[in-house]
Design a binder for this molecule. Structure first.
Ligand SMILES: C[S@@+](CC[C@H](N)C(=O)[O-])C[C@H]1O[C@@H](n2cnc3c(N)ncnc32)[C@H](O)[C@@H]1O
Length: 163
């Protein structure tokens, strides 16, 4: 989501350049005219699609990512979709491999907070998962003949629909 205001929601270490930090969705939803897509204000009376791709693992548990998602869920109309990809602890064979991956992110950008499949699944509370459910990201309806080769996947991915 992107704000029309130039300096909206910029938090140290968080999105700038007009992007709104996801930590304040309550305020965000109260500012409907600030939430724009392709230059048009979103109408939250109509179904929308929320894409949180590789975003929630930048939120600490203390940031309450489940609460952030629940707030978005409660704000959107029935028929809306939620898509999430999120780094999973399950993809690492042991704690040291996980710690090394976290350290690589920390050196490159910022700290990540990988979560278990069950934790990530709980972000879809109140949504009906589309087939094939919460799966390794590259297995979610891959385009035939375009499967990534040789790229290790470390993220779970799913799409849900608010009934
Ligand atoms: C790995 S990039 C993914 C970008 C994009 N979703 C994609 O899949 O190409 C991580 C993104 O998370 C955003 N991000 C990190 N913390 C955030 C927060 N608190 N609120 C909103 N976005 C955040 C960063 O600005 C960055 O754009």
């Amino acid at each position: 989501m992107r704000a029309g205001a130039e300096d909206a929601g910029s938090v140290e270490g968080r999105p700038g350049n007009g992007q709104i930090g996801i930590l304040g969705p309550v305020e965000l939803m109260g500012e409907e005219s600030a939430v724009v897509s392709h230059g048009q204000a979103l109408n939250f009376g109509q179904p929308v699609a929320i894409g949180l791709f590789a975003i929630l693992h930048f939120l600490r548990d203390a940031d309450d990512p489940a609460g952030v998602v629940a707030c978005l869920r409660d704000a959107v109309a029935p028929g809306s979709y939620l898509a999430i990809s999120h780094i999973g602890t399950d993809f690492f064979p042991n704690k040291s491999a996980l710690a090394e991956a976290v350290a690589v992110y920390e050196r490159a950008s910022e700290r990540v907070w990988p979560r278990s499949r069950d934790q990530i699944l709980s972000f879809f509370d109140g949504f009906e998962l589309l087939e094939p459910g919460l799966v390794p990201k590259h297995q979610w309806r891959p385009v035939t003949g375009k499967a990534a080769v040789g790229t290790p996947n470390i993220q779970w991915g799913a799409v849900g629909r608010k009934p």
